[in-house]
Write a protein that binds this ligand. Structure first.
Ligand SMILES: [Zn+2]
Length: 185
């Protein structure tokens, strides 16, 4: 990662100890309310952008194990939890457990979103669809009837009569639409 300069306008955010993640979090208020990028849960962690408490805890376990390995010149985290010392072994097995949990969390989230998509794709029940159309038409009919009543009460004239003609034919159209759909139920 390069030393990308962020134009923050915030002098405290560009201090030498600020990490990119912490700067981003300060800069972008949306990040605070964004869901956890791993599980989709509520992101509440103060120490990392877009991780919920549970995921951040797991992330920290992995991070600290990884830091331990590099600080001591040991091989990076891998599938094997074998290590030269008890401390190393403890770090490795804790990280492995955390990784496994994280993978489970991510998998669960994926299958959940797949299920949601599948549900959305299920064809709408035709009866439900027609019922909805009828209720929409009835709403439109009520509106047009109100307009007709208002116009009928207003001063007679050619403009009014023309408007009434238009509204009455619209009303007839809605009534026909409702009758046709009712016949299908
Ligand atoms: Zn999470």
């Amino acid at each position: 990662m390069g030393r990308a300069q962020l134009h923050t306008g915030n002098p405290s955010a560009s201090g030498p100890r600020a990490t990119k993640a912490s700067r981003d979090r300060f800069l972008d208020p949306r990040l605070k309310s964004s869901p956890c990028t791993w599980c989709g849960g509520k992101s509440t962690s103060k120490s990392a952008a877009r991780r919920c408490k549970r995921c951040r805890k797991l992330e920290l376990i992995i991070e600290s194990a990884s830091r331990f390995m590099s600080a001591n010149g040991l091989r990076g985290l891998d599938r094997s939890t074998a290590g030269g010392s008890g401390v190393e072994q403890k770090h490795r097995s804790e990280a492995a457990r955390a990784k496994k949990t994280v993978n489970g969390i991510k998998r669960e989230r994926l299958s959940k979103s797949a299920a949601t998509k599948a549900r959305r794709n299920v064809a709408v029940d035709p009866i439900v669809k027609i019922t909805k159309q009828i209720s929409d038409l009835q709403l439109a009919l009520t509106r047009v009837e109100r307009k007709i009543t208002d116009l009928e009460a207003s001063e007679p004239g050619t403009v009014r009569d023309r408007q009434l003609d238009v509204l009455r034919s619209r009303r007839a159209g809605f009534e026909l639409g409702i009758a046709r759909r009712r016949a299908k139920l």
